[in-house]
Design a protein around this ligand. Structure first.
Ligand code: AGP
Length: 372
């Protein structure tokens, strides 16, 4: 009913709008004022966590994209090797696991069969399993050694939005917690990240306030067949997520690429007026990546692409090559997915509407996939 949708036409719109609160709620009570993390819920003891020599993340779909981003954070902040694998592939390839592996299963519903089977396999090998889940008491957390709940509230639309942002927050918390427990050198960078993380829900809110031009742009693309997405570093999984949203909702051919791979094949897809969304890393910090992606934008534009550039405020280098420029607040690179994904959700939702598709219930899809 309209009341259930809180005045929005679709649950998806409501859930996109709820993201600042979902993010804040997932952080609530987990970072103390001194900047240290309290994750009592993670009932794997600090001494066990100190023994971990490998992290393996298993998930499907959007949750898998959260896992891909988590890998950058976990390896950078903790120096523990981290693999990410599609849950449906995991147990069939005889993965190397033992009691020193920490397996993280990410699932909004907690009922995804592929993810459940992957975690059962991991536990049979003696690994500890930590679930990141949005649904209290669901099967995946019940069968795990520990659970860190995301506090997104119920997600009704089939296309995952607020659950994804809170999965990212949970992954950052786990990464920072592992660093804290293991005594990773707690440098200024980590302190700054914790501070930025505790303020990030306001930045998500600011992004939401500036989405009208994104909607207008989406409507002009309703008759297109293809949209491509490019990113680097954590922007690469963001590109994959943007493409997945568009497939699910707009039923368009959408593909995400690592920008560095362009020259190894995908650049052949670039032709006159094909829309290419590019997620640009911050020019601060890892500026090498930034400069490389700016030259990618130049290259594809020279070949006729219509460039839709998502770049942080103050990044002037992209301006000459952007047919459409979407601004996001400046954040540390690793946290950028929390703000960069939002315009892609809005874009896909509006394109779906413009194409006359059912936003909350896309064809052929179920909210939770309880079969293998
Ligand atoms: C996302 O928009 C999808 N509908 C889908 O990829 C989903 O993320 C995936 O099926 C995993 O679901 P889960 O998080 O409930 O395990």
């Amino acid at each position: 009913s309209a009341a259930e949708k809180g005045g929005y036409d679709y649950f998806m719109l409501k859930e996109i709008a709820e993201q600042p609160k979902a993010v804040a709620d997932t952080l609530l009570g987990r970072i103390d004022p001194s900047g240290s993390l309290t994750l009592d819920e993670v009932r794997i003891s600090p001494s066990e966590l100190r023994e971990i020599d490998k992290v393996v993340i298993v998930a499907c779909g959007t949750a898998f994209h959260a896992g891909l981003i988590a890998k950058y954070a976990i390896e950078h902040w903790t120096r523990i090797p981290c693999e990410v694998e599609l849950a449906s592939e995991f147990r069939y390839r005889d993965p190397i696991l033992d009691g020193r592996s920490l397996v993280i299963a990410i699932s909004q519903s907690g009922e995804t069969m592929d993810t459940l089977m992957a975690l059962r396999h991991a536990r049979e090998q003696g690994s500890k399993v930590l679930a990141i889940c949005n649904t209290n008491g669901s099967t995946i957390p019940r069968e795990s050694d520990a659970v860190l709940y995301t506090h997104a509230g119920p997600e009704v639309a089939v296309a995952s939005t607020k659950a994804f942002l809170t999965q990212l927050v949970a992954c950052y918390l786990v990464a920072l917690y592992l660093g804290q427990v293991r005594g990773t050198k707690w440098g200024d960078e980590i302190q700054a990240v914790i501070k930025d993380l505790s303020r990030i829900s306001e930045e998500v809110e600011r992004v939401l306030e500036t989405m009208e031009p994104v909607r207008a742009l989406a409507r002009t693309l309703a008759a297109k067949n293809t949209v491509l997405f490019l990113g680097r570093h954590v922007g690469y999984p963001v590109a994959l997520e943007g493409a997945l949203k568009l497939k699910e909702l707009a039923y368009m051919h959408a593909e995400g690429f690592a920008a560095g791979e362009l020259k190894h094949g995908p650049i052949a897809l670039i032709e006159e007026d094909v829309p290419v969304v590019v997620v640009v890393p911050s020019p601060r910090g890892r500026s090498v990546l930034h400069d490389k992606i700016v030259s990618n934008i130049q290259e594809i534009r020279a070949r006729g692409a219509r460039t839709i550039v998502i770049a942080e405020e103050g990044d002037e280098a992209v301006v000459p090559y952007a047919d459409h420029l979407i601004r996001i607040p400046a954040t540390p690179t690793l946290l950028q997915p929390l703000v960069a994904t939002v315009p892609l959700q809005v874009f896909a939702c509006e394109l779906a509407t413009a194409r006359g598709n059912e936003v909350d219930q896309p064809r052929n899809l179920a909210k939770s996939v309880t079969v293998e």
